[in-house]
Design a binder for this molecule. Sequence first.
Ligand SMILES: NC(=O)c1ccc[n+]([C@@H]2O[C@H](COP(=O)([O-])OP(=O)(O)OC[C@H]3O[C@@H](n4cnc5c(N)ncnc54)[C@H](O)[C@@H]3O)[C@@H](O)[C@H]2O)c1
Length: 249
Amino acid sequence: MGLLDGKVALITGGARGMGAAHVRLFLEEGARVVFGDVLDEEGKALAEETGATYVHHDVRNPAEWERAVATAVDMHDKLDVLVNNAGILKFRRIADMSLEEFDQIVDVNLKGTWLGIKSVIEPMKAARRGAIVNISSIEGFVGAEGLSAYAASKFGIRGITKSAARELAPFKIRVNSVHPGAINTAMAMDPEMAKEVDAEAFVKSMVIKRFAKPVEVSHVVAFLASDRASYCTGSEFTVDGGLLTGAGY
Ligand SMILES: NC(=O)c1ccc[n+]([C@@H]2O[C@H](COP(=O)([O-])OP(=O)(O)OC[C@H]3O[C@@H](n4cnc5c(N)ncnc54)[C@H](O)[C@@H]3O)[C@@H](O)[C@H]2O)c1
């Protein structure tokens, strides 16, 4: 028996990185999965390989949310899990960042998450249950040089998560946030960030002294999406190898 048997899940930003790991693990655990992204080539290839359904879905666009949700409901008659995973990062100090760059990050990471929650309320109400997992970051708890917009968006996700948890509890919809630390994906290897951050010192400051594999986050996301997390809502789950424990970071 799979942890997610019988569940229908929509995962954003699922074409690569952690989103792709969530797609694979959710399928392994018995869910039927629809995933979206703006990287159509990678998305279609993953769909072909795994049997999940890919939809072009820019999380900034309300009409594309409608289409992604409708795809899941039309194919599988319901939608009971949303993973708001899509995100972007740009390393830029405030003095050098343009307002357009700030807006881009907030639009994808924060407004995209809010739009996602808004878009699944009706189908989850209809299903009489639901689980929403919002991917924030350790930068949802602490600031970091060069990441003001990113941190603002990831702090914001905590606020949206808690407000939504309160609003949606009457409909048996749980809403939680996950806060990954250093995970081995294209985002963490961002070339501009690599130029500026002393990677060796960063790894030394960790408690578990390595980057995580994406699937190590997927296991926590799958737990929160499952009925095993029935008493968890409005909560924050760090998957950071202990990064946030002390003064090292
Ligand atoms: N990698 C890390 O160390 C780390 C740490 C903490 C949090 N996170 C968060 O985890 C999530 C996944 O990141 P990742 O590390 O897998 O990075 P990634 O860049 O590999 O994956 C992000 C995915 O989101 C997609 N995406 C970007 N803009 C989009 C949009 N407008 N609409 C739909 N999809 C869009 C990308 O195309 C990509 O497939 C992000 O929310 C990120 O902020 C990552």
